[in-house]
Design a binder for this molecule. Structure first.
Ligand SMILES: NC(=O)c1ccc[n+]([C@@H]2O[C@H](COP(=O)([O-])OP(=O)(O)OC[C@H]3O[C@@H](n4cnc5c(N)ncnc54)[C@H](OP(=O)(O)O)[C@@H]3O)[C@@H](O)[C@H]2O)c1
Length: 262
């Protein structure tokens, strides 16, 4: 009997980088559990993956910005071999002018659900002695981001959490990888209200390239992946070396959008 195929769960798989991760994992023969809100888009990705790679696909239409969302996912998908915590969104604008409800959803999606899904699937991975977790952070995780303050702080959490877990889990057979890409052409900037920021006016990366870099890093068990282009690495190095006030000024100039309440 052929060995059972492994299952990869991908959040935010209805588009952007999540759909690219679905292609990479499906192409490597993983069965897929695809999670996001848009049932129609998930179904389209699932149909394409079944047709192209012959893998099994389950779709879960779930709003992951609700505090109990992880429980609802785990009820439907009780275990997975690979967990890609990809779903996330940002809000561009001055902090006091962004709705409290939106900020709460952002923190729940970007931080709480990622943490709770990791907590839910990790024990069985450790018991099996194998498993891979890929957390999608951002170069935003390296520094504070005025006018996207909550998002940058959330991604700093994801980076810190992932590195700590990677260290805790060394020797268990389970790896945790965190990918920190920079501005990328997806639906992200539009959702964030950030299309007018310098960050998204400069040349941006391609979603397939960013996912490929994260995926390769995950397969190699790397702790942190900072994909090409070198500007991403420059953000990381600058965050360590530049005087804080200068760093904040540059960060502000990259993010602030005069159309957004500045
Ligand atoms: N694009 C960039 O510049 C960039 C750079 C660095 C890091 N990132 C990170 O990369 C990850 C993927 O973003 P992307 O660029 O691919 O953005 P995207 O094109 O906006 O895709 C976001 C995905 O997350 C899902 N999602 C959003 N809100 C959700 C919710 N409440 N519940 C469930 N799913 C939700 C969306 O699906 P539904 O709308 O169907 O729910 C979609 O599948 C995010 O964590 C983002 O922070 C992005």
């Amino acid at each position: 009997m052929p060995p059972a195929r492994k299952l990869a769960l991908i959040t935010g798989a209805s588009g952007g980088m999540g759909a690219e991760y679905a292609k990479l994992l499906g192409g490597d023969g993983y069965d897929l559990a695809l999670v996001a809100r848009s049932a129609d888009k998930l179904a389209a990705v699932g149909t394409a993956m079944r047709a192209k790679y012959g893998v099994d696909v389950v779709t879960v239409a779930q709003d992951l910005s609700l505090p109990d969302a992880a429980d609802a996912v785990v009820v439907q998908i009780p275990q997975c071999d690979v967990l890609i915590n990809n779903a996330g969104f940002a809000s561009n604008g001055r902090f006091d002018r962004i709705g409290e409800g939106r900020l709460t959803q952002e923190i729940v999606l970007d931080v709480l659900t990622l943490t709770r899904l990791t907590r839910a699937y990790l024990p069985a991975m450790i018991a099996r002695g194998s498993g891979k977790i890929l957390n999608i952070a951002s170069t935003a995780g390296f520094l504070p981001g005025p006018f996207m303050a909550v998002y940058y702080a959330c991604k700093a959490y994801v980076l810190s959490f992932s590195q700590a877990l990677a260290e805790e889990l060394r020797g268990t057979g389970v790896t945790v990888t965190c990918v920190c890409s920079g501005a990328t052409a997806t639906g992200f900037a539009e959702r964030a209200g950030a299309t007018g920021s310098l960050l998204f006016k400069l040349p941006v990366s391609n979603a397939a390239d960013m996912a490929r870099a994260g995926y390769r890093g995950m397969l190699r068990g790397k702790d942190v992946v900072v994909p090409w282009p070198p500007s991403n690495r420059l953000v990381e190095i600058s965050a360590r070396l530049l005087p804080r006030r200068l760093l904040l000024w540059i960060s502000r100039k990259a993010v602030e959008d005069e159309r957004n309440d500045v």
